[in-house]
Ligand binder design. Structure first.
Ligand code: IMP
Ligand code: MG
Length: 333
């Protein structure tokens, strides 16, 4: 464990929130650093409550975990403060002083842009325009915002010290490889690189300090917004198969398609994945719902996992069998 990066394989919404919440509780994480921004929603189900988190790290469910937002992230102050309140994490939440700020004008620019909103199909949360402003070097940073004063931290200093002391650290990636500005389906991508290397960079952690890169696959693929999507099925077919979803953040319909091994291999390669998780396994194999042991799975369900391992050459260590944080098969030693 000591330092694990969690990266999404496809177009986001693979269920990273669920995997992170499980690891937080099971592994008793010491530190979790969230990267990315408010365009991503990480869904966590815990004790019957559902949280769709845009800012607070999904590891909040473990009450001793220090929660950080990295210097490469973009903070939407109102959303951040609301989530801190909702999850009651004020005393253990830190924001890097150099994280940049999304202002209302950025969301307005995002929504008013024909290219961004109509063609790319952004979430409209202003992340692209906020990053543009940061690149122009005129963006406000967390240290400029009075409401963030109680939270200001040096996230890279803290996280590197934690790693050096062999504490359990998790770097929380957002979205998936195919939404990467560099490696995804440009121009139908988000405004940043989403690969494991970029997650490290946003958190201020060197690749030499990472022990595991855990890639998260969903049992089928989904995508919101425009852009190519191999194997896409109709909404009617998706409903029939139980795959139809709406976005946790924006409520938009998600498009769906079967698991794609070629794309999975690409995501494994660029992320340098050492471990994999497969989520929503109970949607593909309903008889698996709530299973906690690999041995209890039906033959074809086991075969699907074996096929992923064979083709990607990465061990599938976690298999999600229901929405709650603890609905999982854990095959780690
Ligand atoms: P933006 O990141 O809001 O600029 O949106 C760019 C593209 O990325 C659009 O296709 C969005 O639907 C997609 N996107 C951004 N964040 C997420 C996410 O967390 N899950 C799924 N799609 C996302
Ligand atoms: Mg999501």
């Amino acid at each position: 464990m000591p330092c694990t990066v969690i990266a999404g394989a496809f177009w986001g919404d693979e269920g990273k929130g669920k995997i992170i919440s499980y690891m937080a509780l099971k592994d008793k994480l010491d530190v979790c650093v969230r990267t990315g921004s408010v365009n991503a929603a990480h869904t966590v189900w815990y004790n019957g409550n559902r949280y769709a988190l845009h800012m607070v790290p999904a590891a909040f469910v473990y009450e001793k975990c220090r929660l950080l937002i990295g210097a490469g992230s973009n903070v939407e102050v109102k959303q951040f403060l609301e989530e801190v309140e909702l999850t009651n994490v004020k005393s253990r939440m830190g924001v890097d002083s150099q994280a940049s700020i999304i202002e209302e004008k950025h969301a307005a620019q995002d929504k008013a842009s024909m290219h961004l909103k109509q063609i790319v199909g952004t979430t409209g949360r202003g992340v692209g325009p906020a990053i543009e402003e940061r690149v122009r070097r005129t963006a406000k940073l967390a240290k400029d915002i009075p409401e963030l004063k109680p939270y200001l931290a040096d996230a890279s200093e803290e996280v590197n010290n934690a790693i050096d002391k062999d504490k359990k650290v998790l770097l929380e990636g957002t979205q998936g490889l195919l939404l990467s500005l560099f490696h995804g389906t440009y121009p139908y991508v988000t405004g940043r690189d989403t690969s494991a290397a970029a997650i490290c960079s946003e958190a201020g952690v060197s690749p030499t300090k990472v022990d595991e890169v855990l890639i998260v696959f969903k049992s089928f693929m989904t995508r919101v917004g425009a852009g190519p999507f191999p194997g896409e099925i109709t909404k009617e077919e998706a409903i029939k198969r139980g795959w139809f979803e709406t976005a946790a953040g924006t409520g938009r319909d998600r498009r769906s398609a079967p698991f794609n091994f070629e794309l999975a291999k690409k995501a494994v390669k660029i992320n340098g994945a050492t471990q994999a998780a497969v989520t929503k396994f109970d949607i593909l194999f309903p008889e698996c719902k709530g299973a906690r042991n690999f041995e209890d799975l039906a033959k074809e369900a086991k075969q699907f996992i074996t096929e992923i391992e064979k083709q990607t050459r990465v061990p599938v260590v976690l298999i999600g069998t229901g929405p709650e944080a603890l609905d999982i098969i854990d095959r780690r030693k």
